[in-house]
Structure formats: C-alpha cells, structure tokens
Write a protein that binds this ligand. Structure first.
Ligand code: NAD
Length: 429
C-alpha cells in the first residue's frame, strides 16, 4: 500500500518506518523542514532505540520518503495517518490546534484528488472522545466538498507504543483498535496491519478514543496508587518493592506499572489524564479519582528534594547532581519529566545543580539557559563526584555501574544497592 503519515514525531516517524519495513511505501510529512531533511538523509530527528538502522534501510530502498508538501504526499495514497501532537492547554483541556490544521489541509487535498481509490483518513493522535465524529469528519467534508463513507473513509486508530520501546511495541501490539466511521475504511485499515495477529477491536471512533484514554488513565492510576502506598511504606520502614511483588503476583492485578518512583511523566500520561478529567468536568461530572491521581503525581518528585535536603541539612549553596533528565531511559524525550520540577525546586531552595543525561543534557540546559547555578556535565562519574549529593531520576543503564562509595544518593528508581553508597535514601523504601 501507499501510505502517508502527517506529523513525524515519536509516533509518526515510528509508524512510518515500521510500515515501510512491512513493505508499504510511506511518505512522511512534517511542517518542520529540518526534520524532513534529516529523515531524507536517514537520520532520525528524535532518539528512539532501534529506529536509526530501520530508517536508514528504508530510506535507501525508497520505501520511506519525506516531504513538507502534503499535496504531493497524498497524490497516490491509500491511507493518511494523522500523528500530530495534541498538547494540553493551560486549563488541562486538549489543544486540538495541530489536529485541526492537519485535517483542514488534508481536506483541501482530498478535494484535489481525481482518481482515488477510497483513501482513508486515520486519526492516530490521541484525541478526546467525540473528536473524530464532531470535528475531524465535518472539517474534512467542509474542505474537500466530499462525503465521508462515500468518497473517503475515516477511522480512529489509537497508538499504544511506549517511548524507549516504540519500534518493538509498534511491531508487536497487544491489540489493534479500529474505530471505524465506515466499514470499508475499517477493512482497508485492517489490511495495513495484516502482518499482525493481534486481536482486533472494531468499534466506533468515539469508543476507540475512549479506549486510549481509559488505558492511559488506568496505567497512571496504578503508578500514583503504588507511589501513595510507597510513601506510607517509607514511613513504616517497609520496602514497597517487596510489597509490589506480593501484590503484582495476583493475576487479577499484574506486576506491571507497580514500580514506585518519582511519578509518571512523558508526553502522554500527564496530558491525557488532564484532558480526560477536563472533559468529564465539561460534561458536568466530577472526576475525583483522576484529580487525585494528578495531585499525587504533582507531589511525588518533590519528595526527592525533601530527602536530599534532610541528608545535607540545608540546600543553600550546596551542589546536587541530577542523574537522568528524560522521563524514562532509551528516549531523549524530557516532556513532563520528573527531573524538571526537581531541578526547579532545588534552585528555589538555593542549591547549585549539576545535570547529566546521555541523550537530553543540552535540551534541558536550554530550559535553564543563563542560570549560573545550573551546569551540565558530559561525564556522569565526574558529575556524581562533584556533587554534595546525587538524585538518580532516570534509570539509564550506565548509571548502574558508577562508583557511589563517596556519594549521598537519593535513588528514585530502586536500582542502586544501598550498601554501595556512602549514604542512601530510596524515595519510597
Ligand atoms: P510530537 O510532538 O513528537 O510530534 C508531532 C509532529 O507533528 C511534530 O514533528 C510536528 O512538527 C508535526 N506537525 C504538527 N502540525 C503538523 C501539520 N499540520 N502537518 C504536519 N506535521 C505537523 O508528538 P508525538 O509524541 O509523536 O505524539 C503524537 C500524538 O500521538 C499525540 O496525540 C500523542 O498523544 C499520541 N501518542 C504519543 C505517544 C508517545 O509515546 N509519544 C504514544 C501514543 C500516542
């Protein structure tokens, strides 16, 4: 098939590369020229494990193309995947600006398609329930002058990949959700995934949208839940990881997402839980549980600062090293990383901060540009040795083998043996 992917971020680029790997010809479209130029050269504009060799291979064999010209990309396309960002507004509501722009342009180009074989527009971006039916379809029809279900198909196909394991997850999904406006469109989308034996959920677009939000909200809830239990464990002198193991072996619960730590971050959980809660409020409902999940998560990273302050007596003019700035290892994504509120709080309390991250150091430095109290180090051991104390925020593999024998360490990931440190505090253990 000929596919077109609009938006070449973490989801779009991985979708494009993986579909090319499965013998489709894919054209990636982005509004940012630098990203398109990099993709054309086989260089990913983001860091994602195992992405680079697949991208290079598929660019070389001409199955993966890139352009800023949507009209050209859509000329012979079977499926158009919308993978643009859906950030939060100030009040937590979803910001659909990028989706609306992309859909408007897709609509205009649908109007120009003469010989078409029922192209299908697929929303892969995470959008609140009702968006495809109430916004995407009317916008496409308005700008194309054509009719959804008659001249073109529309589906909502949420993406569940995890950054850091995005390629593996895309190629081995647990399930494929096809929220179809029309059966013909759903059938065509199903064929794109013919290589996967994963169960299909064929449903309405609005149900598909809710499946995505409910999944992320439940995972975020598990994390805030175990962090709350962990905080109580810490006070009682219990290791919450022993508790989580005992809890997680219950097959009704599962051990996943029960790793207590500094709270969830990343580009999805925080904004998706906020958007779902906001929609609930707009519907006149009270999202009590979702709000509690967010509040537990807001407080959690700050516990690391309290622990380091307790260790050092006070923070004024002391130097604290932060190991890891991304919200998880194997990605360069720092969006909503717990490292950010930790750094801000340390600065607020007068500390100097040394930062290290294998992939995202420069990105975070820009956030604190000009602040003389923030320094970035290339060598993690040196960063640890020069700090009065260290907070390990991201469990990058290279941090596991550093020498902490002269270090006061706050471990937020339960990955360092306390015996190997001069002084050790776990965030919830
Ligand atoms: P991102 O910010 O990394 O990438 C979005 C890309 O879209 C950017 O490159 C941007 O330049 C481009 N773009 C914006 N407007 C455009 C337009 N009109 N035309 C063409 N390109 C345009 O976002 P992401 O992390 O890949 O997320 C995309 C969507 O997928 C979001 O809705 C997100 O919630 C969802 N999602 C993300 C993940 C994840 O782990 N990142 C997982 C599942 C779902």
């Amino acid at each position: 098939m000929n596919n077109c992917v609009v938006g070449t971020g973490y989801v779009g680029l991985v979708t494009g590369v993986c579909l090319a790997e499965k013998n489709n010809v894919v054209t990636c479209v982005d509004v940012i020229e630098e990203k398109v130029d990099m993709i054309k050269k086989g260089k990913p504009p983001i860091y994602e494990k195992n992405l680079q060799p697949l991208l290079e291979k598929n660019v070389k064999n001409k199955r993966l193309l890139a352009t800023t010209n949507l009209g050209k990309a859509m000329e012979k396309t079977d499926i158009i995947f919308i993978c643009v960002g859906t950030p939060s507004k100030e009040d937590g509501a979803i910001d659909l600006r990028h989706v609306e722009n992309a859909v408007k342009n897709i609509g205009k180009n649908l109007a120009n398609l003469e010989e078409t074989d029922y192209p299908v527009v697929v929303v892969k971006s995470t959008v609140v329930p009702g968006t495809t039916e109430k916004i995407v379809i009317p916008t496409l029809e308005k700008h194309s002058g054509k009719k959804a279900g008659k001249d073109f198909g529309v589906c909502m196909n949420p993406e569940f990949l995890r950054e850091g394991d995005a390629v593996k997850d895309f190629l081995n999904p647990d399930r494929i959700v096809i929220g179809e406006h029309d059966e013909k469109g759903g059938d065509k989308l199903d064929r794109v995934y013919s290589w996967s034996k994963a169960p299909r959920i064929r449903c309405t677009p609005t149900t598909a949208e809710m499946i995505k939000y409910a999944s992320n909200a439940l995972l975020a809830t598990k994390i805030s839940f175990i962090n709350e239990i962990g905080n109580q464990c810490k006070t009682l002198g219990i290791d919450v990881y022993d508790v989580a193991r005992g809890v997680g072996l219950d097959h009704r619960i599962s051990p996943h997402f029960l790793q207590a730590g500094p709270g969830f971050g990343g580009s999805c959980f925080p904004k998706d839980v906020k958007a779902l809660a906001k929609q609930a409020e707009e519907l006149g409902l009270q999202p009590l549980l979702l709000k509690a999940v967010l509040e537990v998560n807001r407080r959690q990273p700050l516990k690391a600062v309290d622990l380091v302050e307790k260790m050092l007596g006070q923070l004024e003019d002391r130097t604290v090293t932060i190991l890891g700035l991304t919200f998880k290892p194997d990605t360069d994504d720092t969006r909503e990383s717990p490292a950010i509120p930790i750094i801000k709080k340390l600065l607020e309390r007068g500390a100097n901060v040394i930062l290290h991250d294998p992939k995202a150091g420069e990105k975070v430095k820009k956030l604190f540009y000009g602040d003389k109290k923030v320094e970035i180090f290339e060598d993690p051991q040196k960063a640890v040795d020069l700090g009065d104390a260290t907070i390990l925020v991201t469990a990058w593999r290279e941090y596991l083998t550093l020498d902490y024998s002269k270090t006061r360490l706050v471990d937020t990931r339960h990955v360092i043996d306390r015996e190997k440190c001069l002084e050790y505090e776990g965030i919830c253990w």
